[in-house]
Ligand binder design. Structure first.
Ligand SMILES: [Zn+2]
Length: 287
């Protein structure tokens, strides 16, 4: 059973992202629960929450997931920015929890003027603080694998491993694997033997059981470029093969997978629909 989802806009309300995913033919959705370029968000009302849950049920959309706002940097060496980031991340988690969403995806953070080691330890401290503030709320943080632009952490699996190892409650942290990012970070996803090696390394260092979500994106930038530019499925440097391998790998094929591919039209047809059709074409029918 595959769970294919897509990132959708919340213009008009959180429930609109659910409607948009359903209209494009997907069965899961990723959303921001507030403006992703602002610290503050409008308070969610009980009506917003009810409407969101009702729309999920009506449209048969499962595995809703949240991506946090871009301003948050849990690795910041600046105390005021770090504190603001932890506060904002806490609000993101509480908002998701209210909406009944189990995971909030975040890029681990950028160490900017400090060091890799210092950045990793800031992230672990931030996660400890969040776990404490969340008390027994079940909502969890998923650290996303990154492309490694600038001082972004989380592009090497070892960095994610170090973050999780330093956290007091590591069982409360999961991972979201982004295909564009890991490829740009220098982990090959095809052919089969290279894919197996990358997934083997991931399993060894982080554990496939920690993998709660995928971002399915092709890459405009070449292998190992450490640049984060998403492209439509099969239309970039990855091609179709990595997606075929993932969709037919029984270890991971039932983990929810969300597209963050460019929006628009191609020959008058909606790109979200085209990308979905391309993915469905890659799924090998069981005999
Ligand atoms: Zn992503």
């Amino acid at each position: 059973m595959h769970h294919l989802g897509i990132h959708m806009s919340i213009a008009g309300g959180c429930f609109r992202a659910v409607e948009r995913a359903a209209e494009a033919g997907y069965s899961c959705v990723q959303l921001f629960t507030k403006n992703n370029n602002r610290w503050q968000g409008k308070e969610l009302t009980d009506e917003d929450v009810d409407l969101f849950k009702k729309t999920l049920a009506e449209r048969e959309i499962t595995h809703p997931i949240v991506h946090n706002a871009y301003l948050i940097n849990l690795a910041s060496p600046d105390d005021s920015l770090w504190g603001r980031s932890v506060d904002a991340m806490f609000i993101e988690l509480v908002r998701a929890d209210r909406l009944g969403i189990p995971y909030v995806i975040t890029h681990p953070g950028s160490f900017t003027s400090s060091s890799e080691e210092a950045g990793i330890s800031r992230i672990a401290t931030a996660l400890d603080e969040l776990h404490e503030r969340l008390e027994d709320r079940k909502v969890e943080v998923l650290l996303e694998t990154t492309a490694g632009q600038g001082s972004n952490l989380g592009w090497r699996f070892e960095q994610l491993q170090a973050m999780i190892e330093q956290v007091k409650e590591p069982e409360r942290v999961g991972i979201c694997l982004d295909t564009c990012h890991v490829f740009a970070a220098g982990y090959p996803l095809a052919p089969k033997n290279a894919y197996d090696e990358t997934m083997g390394t991931f399993d060894e260092l982080l554990g496939i059981k920690r993998l709660k979500a995928f971002h399915l994106n092709d890459s405009k930038q070449p292998f190992g470029s450490r640049k984060d530019r998403h492209e439509g499925i099969g239309q970039g440097e990855l091609g179709f093969e990595p997606f075929r391998l993932l969709l037919n790998d029984p270890r991971v094929s039932s983990i929810p997978m969300y597209l963050e591919t460019p929006k628009g039209e191609e020959n008058g047809e909606d790109l979200d629909r085209i990308n979905l059709a391309r993915l469905l074409d890659l799924i090998e029918k069981e005999r």
